[in-house]
Ligand binder design. Sequence first.
Ligand code: PGA
Length: 304
Amino acid sequence: MRHHSTFRQLEIFEAIARLGSFTRAAEELYLTQPTISMQMKKLADIVGVPLIEQIGKKVHLTDAGRELAQTCREVFAAMDRFTMSVAERQGLKKGRLALMAVSTASYFAPRLLGEFAHRYPGIEVSLKVTNREQLLAGLADNLADLYILGQPPEDVEVEAKPFMCNPLVILAAPDHPLAGQEDIPLARLAKEPWLMRESGSGTRAAVERLFAEEGIELRPRMALGSNEAIKQAILADLGIAVMSTHSLTLNPPGQFAILKARGFPICRQWYAVYPAGRQLSAVARTFLDYLLSQDRALNACPNA
Ligand code: PGA
């Protein structure tokens, strides 16, 4: 049978088994009854045992028939999976992927995107980098397929997939008097001149939350609009700041001191987020799977 029965015969047989009628199977498959009967006779000859018993108008399956019906379902399900995966790969040949990421994610997102774009050269990729507040506005306006940020929004229903850890540390100039000290109390740190990100920044919100939870007031000396500006200000001895270790990717080790304070590092995660209930495009779904598969390679928490 393996060598002789055709896919068409199995399709006809499956339709008869499912619909319990030659007539209805003929209708469904746009075939004539004599064709169907002939094909089923051939199939039974190939198998070597009867598959169908017809009593009056009723169609009954023999034991072998039932087994073959189950086999047909398995074969067709496997074929469906195959067809879908081909279609998906075709879909991935072309397409667009729009991402929005918070500014701190710009230290790693382009690299991840680069690898993805390399793998799928036909996909047009765009990445918009903003701070957290603007990203949340973008989410509300549906501007992108996926959003990368350090904390899922609390007031919007989203799917949030953590894919990498994001330790926040306190950076100071390498010769800062607190550098090298252990277990510095937050109250002591609060006396330092603080450099903060602009309001609307996720990093800033995380720092403010930590100090507020401890009931300690933090009076920023200066607000700066980017991680890079803050790093320059630290090196100019203007103060200390909390920052993601990812922002140090391109800095030589030892350029900054990392102060060892209670409650630090703040262990955050990077999340890929999209509106709850949204059906992701094949491209977005593939990028998300790719991000989640990065977990192990990138999940090591430097300095944490
Ligand atoms: P930010 O966001 O770049 O706006 O500070 C970072 C974060 O959400 O962790």
